[in-house]
Design a protein. Sequence first.
Length: 346
Amino acid sequence: MRGKKFEFTNEQINYILKNWNQESIHSMKLKFGCSWYAIARVAEENGLELPTSNDWTDEQIEQLKILADNYHYKVIAQIMGKTDNAIYLKAKKLGIILIQDRRKWTTEEELMLEDLWGNKSIEYIAKKLKRSIFSLKVKAVRMGLGPMIANNYDKITISDISELLSVSRDRIVNTWPKLGLKITYKKISKNKSYMTVSWNELLRFLENNQYEWDSRNLEKYMLGMEPEWLIEKRKRDIIENPLWYRKWTKEEVVTTEELFNIGKNYQEISQIINRSEWAVSNILHQLGYAYRLPQFWKGKELKYLIDNYKMVTYEEIAESLGRTEKAIGSKVSELGLSKRKKAENI
């Protein structure tokens, strides 16, 4: 979720400091899977100067001041056609406080949210606390103040749906509408708009398309009260991953093949198309790439191997799992499992 602060390892921090001004912040952001702001925070804490921003007109500066009261800085970047770091730098220079969901909540902010929640509109609270509407709803649920769908704001952005359910934006925008999700466009300016979905529409879609998302990625009560169908889905998803049963679209197959051919691995492809690594492996083997990639190990197979490798021979495990003895031995070594003791001669 957005509210969780990204924690860098010492190795990552050293990398940032060593490569500052030699590698772009954008490149580091992609490398570590964090936000531009998180990289900038490490640099500032270690006394490094941030790159300067330029090419701003007076009109753009005024637009930034207006948008900063209501929109997350990443949304502002999209609206203004600038990078995240350009927005951050200009705002910092002008003394404008941006909405940044990774900012740690203070005790004063929590008390204010508790006092205002249910008494003032969520738009008013967001402006008062310089937080996005989505982050307020998440925080309110975690504080036990009430469900997300309350407080007279019936829309959720595509980005927030992606964060909430851990589903890729690409799948929500390109695949879910074909399955019946109704997306609306909210106009911000003459030439700018962004996509939203009503809460009732999202709930309807999630109930009717339960193999499209995994309830284990959704915190309890984030959708309000837990209806019976969601309670049952949570029970099922603990036993089996619902995404295993989702049918592949032609677009997904083509995208998977293209990503594989430009060098992406199982994990990278699975994150982009919102599929399990096993599913990616399986479809690639069906497409004829078995000779180029190792067969992916399922969780059940790994458990079977770990539970039995000391008690039965590799040959027996290989036969049970439909693999070669060499594959069994390699996986045991890869997992760092201790070797079996050789049978003593009688």
